[in-house]
Ligand binder design. Structure first.
Ligand SMILES: O=P(O)(O)O[C@@H]1C[C@H](O)[C@@H](CO)O1
Ligand SMILES: Nc1nc2[nH]cnc2c(=O)[nH]1
Length: 309
């Protein structure tokens, strides 16, 4: 199907989405502008903050006041969300007084979306005016000191799928978004990380707060014990199937990023273990059980940032 056709554009100037997918090419600035216009045409709000809700963490969007819900299906050119625990809505409104756009449900590579399409909403947010992004995810704890329900402030990531070729910035670079070769030395903003830890302490959350490294794999299968030991040995504390590509694209576009990884299961490192293997139901249930704490943490942090956003 023609992408510009989806956007209501003329067949003559249309870009074939299937063809772009085959070439693993990028959607260009103009096309993302049309997705953005479709959103802006449905709301008066001009968000400064973007939030992405991970598996089972969509409740964060319920903290947004005076909210307007736009299903992805009603946004021209926006792909579908197919994963349970990812509602598939943009929720726009005010979080602690800050105009916010919240992705209640994200796109994943394992759903069949190429890396550039998974991250297209980040560029849309940038064009809307978002300069600060809060990403959340559900993850497996590779670090065996971690417990289910721990919240890890992400200090760095290993974009394993990016390093091995499925990088969201592969394809022609548009300097309007950012440079051809962006540095990734500080993907997660040090001041925001510090603020997150200080705020967690004030809220009495220190007992389940962590700071560490997230590794992004493709999924959808969970890891074998040997794969998990490999990921631990390269320095990762948690493992998941999202986030890093979104953060790379956000940093490419100059956005500040704060990331939280909710440990929903402790990863099994031993062969032939009698421990219970992970399930997506367990992931969602654990995320839901701790969601209120993460919601309060994010809301309080945003309240403290409000005057600067
Ligand atoms: O969207 P996130 O990264 O929070 O979801 C995690 C990774 C997979 O999508 C899913 C596996 O249970 O949860
Ligand atoms: N890859 C991966 N993703 C997850 N998301 C939640 N738990 C896990 C896990 O154990 N592994």
């Amino acid at each position: 199907m023609s992408f510009l056709g989806l956007l209501g554009g003329s067949a003559k100037s249309s870009v074939d989405l299937a063809e772009l997918q085959r070439k693993n090419s990028q959607i260009q600035y103009d096309e993302i502008q049309k997705v953005t216009s479709s959103v802006l045409g449905k709301t008066e709000l001009r968000p400064k903050l973007g939030i992405i809700c991970g598996s089972g963490l969509g409740g964060l969007a319920n903290e947004v006041k005076d909210s307007q819900v736009i299903p992805y299906a009603e946004i021209d050119g926006f792909p579908k969300c197919t994963v349970p625990g990812h509602a598939g809505n943009l929720v726009l409104g005010y979080l602690s007084g800050v105009p916010t756009v919240c992705m209640q449900g994200r796109l994943h590579f394992y759903e069949g979306h190429p890396a550039w399409l998974v991250t297209m909403p980040i560029r849309m947010m940038k064009l809307i005016g978002v300069e600060t992004l809060i990403v959340t995810n559900a993850s497996g704890g590779l670090n065996q000191d971690y417990n289910s329900g721990d919240i890890m402030v992400i200090k760095d990531h290993i974009n394993l799928t990016g390093l091995t070729g499925q990088h969201p910035l592969v394809g022609p670079n548009d300097e309007k978004f950012g440079p051809r070769f962006p540095a990734m030395t500080t993907p997660y903003d040090p001041e925001l990380r510090q603020l997150a830890q200080e705020t967690a302490k004030e809220l009495g959350f220190s007992g389940f707060m962590r700071e560490g490294v997230y590794v992004k794999v493709s999924g959808p299968s969970y890891e074998t014990p040997s794969e998990s030991r490999l990921l631990r040995s390269i320095g990762a504390d948690t493992v998941g199937m999202s986030t890093a590509p979104e953060v790379v694209v956000a940093r490419h576009a100059g956005m500040k990023v704060l990331g939280f990884s909710m440990v929903t299961n402790v990863v099994i490192l031993e062969q032939d273990s009698d421990k219970t293997p992970p399930t997506h139901q367990e992931v969602m249930d654990t995320a839901n059980a701790r969601a209120k704490d993460l919601q309060l943490l994010v809301k309080t942090i945003v309240g403290k940032l409000a005057s600067t956003l």
